[in-house]
Design a protein around this ligand. Structure first.
Ligand code: GDP
Ligand code: FE
Ligand code: FE
Ligand code: FE
Length: 195
């Protein structure tokens, strides 16, 4: 895949180099599998391959950053002050998108929104955002009950697969009795109910 749209100032290989430097080998391999799945979904659902590749390669760019880094970025960018009550799981997407913008120079708002939404989803999601949300969940290394069913569903009915993931993630969070991010509930009400 050759980048031609000048969304990132460099080649795909340059971007891979930057991302690999920010991540452990294990997480970097996850990122490459997410890209592979995102490209398959982009082909199926007629989304631009370069956008899918860049979103996938950068979605977990900030995942290994310190809490201090995230709190500093929330302050610097004057993001929603409720964010300080959450942690890495929520920050690495919502706040991580600002690091992708500021450190990798990627300004494309559709890509940044897909990164912001990749963990919790959102009420309004572009096809690119739905693809990243699903690719992260069903990449070839994922293994959980129903993974083959939801992998097939993502290629048959993308919106229904978003609903499936959200319902299952919500149930998983409730079973662990951890706090549910309000955005996750909004995603559930929009995508998982009455569909
Ligand atoms: P990863 O970065 O590839 O591991 O995957 P994600 O970014 O999709 O998810 C990161 C973690 O956030 C997972 O362990 C999810 O279960 C968790 N998560 C998703 N939604 C919520 C939420 O509403 N609340 C909390 N506390 N965790 C969540
Ligand atoms: Fe993530
Ligand atoms: Fe995810
Ligand atoms: Fe991920």
């Amino acid at each position: 895949l050759i980048y031609t749209e000048n969304i990132f100032d460099g080649s795909r290989e340059d971007l891979i180099n930057k991302v690999s430097q920010a991540l452990s080998q294990k997480r970097f391999e996850h990122v490459l599998r997410v890209e592979d799945m995102a490209l398959q979904l982009a082909d199926k659902w007629h989304v631009d391959a370069e956008l899918a590749s860049i979103a996938a390669l950068t979605h977990d760019y900030a995942k290994e950053r310190s809490d201090k880094d995230f709190l500093r970025k929330i302050e610097e960018k004057q993001l929603d002050s409720d964010l300080i009550n959450w942690g890495n799981n929520i920050w690495h997407g919502v706040v991580g998108a600002e690091m992708v913008k500021d450190e990798l120079g990627i300004m494309h708002e559709d890509i940044l929104n897909a990164i912001r939404q990749h963990t919790t989803g959102a009420t309004t999601m572009t096809k690119l955002s739905q693809i990243l949300y699903m690719a992260d969940y069903i990449e070839a290394g994922r293994d959980f009950p129903g993974v083959e069913e939801v992998r097939a569903l993502a290629f048959e009915d993308l919106a229904a697969s978003v609903g499936w993931q959200t319902a299952h993630t919500l149930s998983f969070l409730l079973s662990k009795e951890v706090r549910v991010y309000p955005g996750t509930l909004l995603t559930y009400n929009t995508w998982s109910v009455d569909k």
